[in-house]
Design a protein around this ligand. Structure first.
Ligand code: PLP
Length: 376
């Protein structure tokens, strides 16, 4: 039996419409989109359609900006941070970010720190949210860039991105939003952002493609040098198939926003009701409903994942769970090691059926009870 998939924050199932949109560009329409001949121009046109679709999902219509395709959000974030910082004057070589950001941000700013950039990582409260007064006291006129995510990938909390972006703007700093987990699900205040990173595989598109939206007037140095594609600042041959897949996935996000939202809220209610005895990690209010990060005293999450083989779910983030380290996000909200090790992340969404969710939760609960009774 294929396991019931409850790991939507790690990646999401490919939408059939996205697979369909990709197929011709993998088969007969294989031309290089940067070639000048007719076949190349056809492929380039498909890339431009996809660019429009992703821009529409970002609601970028009213904003002056440009969307660049990348290999995913890790590249988009690296490019935004390194590309912007290398252009900032010495008086602005300071970055402010949050302790619960994805490693794509935290490891990149750590690297920037080694390159002489001043890095300030703000703590979050037990609810996983940044304190805006604290943020206001730390974002200053020496700050060149502020980076904050919309929805946290581990605990699902929604940061006050609009307010953080305003603080950045008031001080003349750029604002980068990692909107990977929030795109199409939680309102993104694009009007307050200068740089926005997204990726296809978290929104039912293919792996290996993402995008960076860049506000007009924001100057980035390239991260990838080479053939001068994407207006000369992101070299590398684009994959029309991957771009078309991302475009189709983005179009669906826009078309199905209400339906997807209602479905996820209903699933979340079912899940919360069934997981009595588990404690929610992070804010119960400021959160995306499709992420349930919960802990149960005495439960060993790693063992639970091994025991419940019929369900694909996660302990903390997919990256952290492979490393053996407890999650930096769970530590940032004040959990001790034992609490972090008893935490699981259940992620569900568009293609999760309620009956399979119930079955999965029952299997998890039974296995947890077994662990607890053996330990008693
Ligand atoms: N940011 C967040 C919040 C994520 O969840 C992820 C994926 O794990 C990334 C960035 C990196 O995205 P990608 O897998 O496209 O490199």
């Amino acid at each position: 039996m294929t396991p019931i998939y409850l790991d939507y924050q790690a990646t999401t199932p490919l939408a059939p419409e996205a697979a369909e949109a990709m197929r011709p560009w993998l088969d007969e329409k294989f031309a290089n989109p940067h070639s000048a001949h007719r076949l190349g121009r056809e492929a380039a046109a498909a890339v431009e359609v996809a660019r429009e679709q992703v821009s529409a999902a970002l609601q970028a219509g009213k904003e002056g900006g440009r969307l660049f395709f990348t290999s995913g959000a890790t590249e988009a974030i690296n490019w935004a941070l390194k590309g912007a910082l290398s252009r900032l004057p010495d008086s602005r070589r300071r970055v402010v970010t949050l302790a619960t950001e994805h490693a794509a941000v935290l490891d990149t700013v750590e690297w920037l720190g080694r390159m002489g950039v001043e890095v300030d990582v703000l703590p979050v409260g037990p609810d996983g949210l940044v304190d805006l007064d604290l943020a206001a006291s730390r974002i200053d006129d020496r700050t060149g860039l502020v980076a904050a995510m919309l929805v946290n990938n581990e605990i699902g909390v929604v940061q006050p991105v609009a307010q953080l972006a305003e603080l950045a703007r008031d001080c003349g700093a750029l604002f980068l939003c990692d909107a990977v987990q929030g795109l199409g699900r939680v309102p993104l205040p694009l009007d307050s952002c200068d740089l926005v990173a997204v990726t296809a595989h978290k929104v039912h598109g293919p792996k290996g493609v993402g995008a960076l939206w860049v506000r007009d007037g924001v100057i980035l140095d390239p991260l990838l040098h080479g053939g001068g594609q994407e207006g000369g600042i992101r070299s590398g041959t684009l994959s029309p198939a991957l771009c078309a897949g991302l475009g189709a996935a983005a179009k669906l996000l826009s078309e199905r926003a209400e339906e997807d939202h209602a479905h996820v809220v209903k699933l979340a209610e079912t899940a919360r009701a069934r997981m009595q005895g588990w404690i929610l990690n992070g804010s119960p209010v400021e959160r995306y409903a499709g992420n349930l990060n919960i802990r149960r005293t005495g439960v060993d999450a790693a063992r639970l994942i091994a025991d419940v083989r019929q369900v694909a779910f996660s302990a903390g983030s997919a990256c952290a769970s492979g490393s053996g380290r407890t999650s930096h996000v769970l530590r940032a909200i004040g959990l001790d090691d034992a609490e972090a090790r008893s935490s699981i992340r259940l992620g569900f969404g568009r293609y999760t059926k309620e009956d399979e969710l119930i079955l999965a939760l029952d299997l998890i609960n039974e296995a947890a009870e077994r662990q607890l009774s053996l330990a008693a």
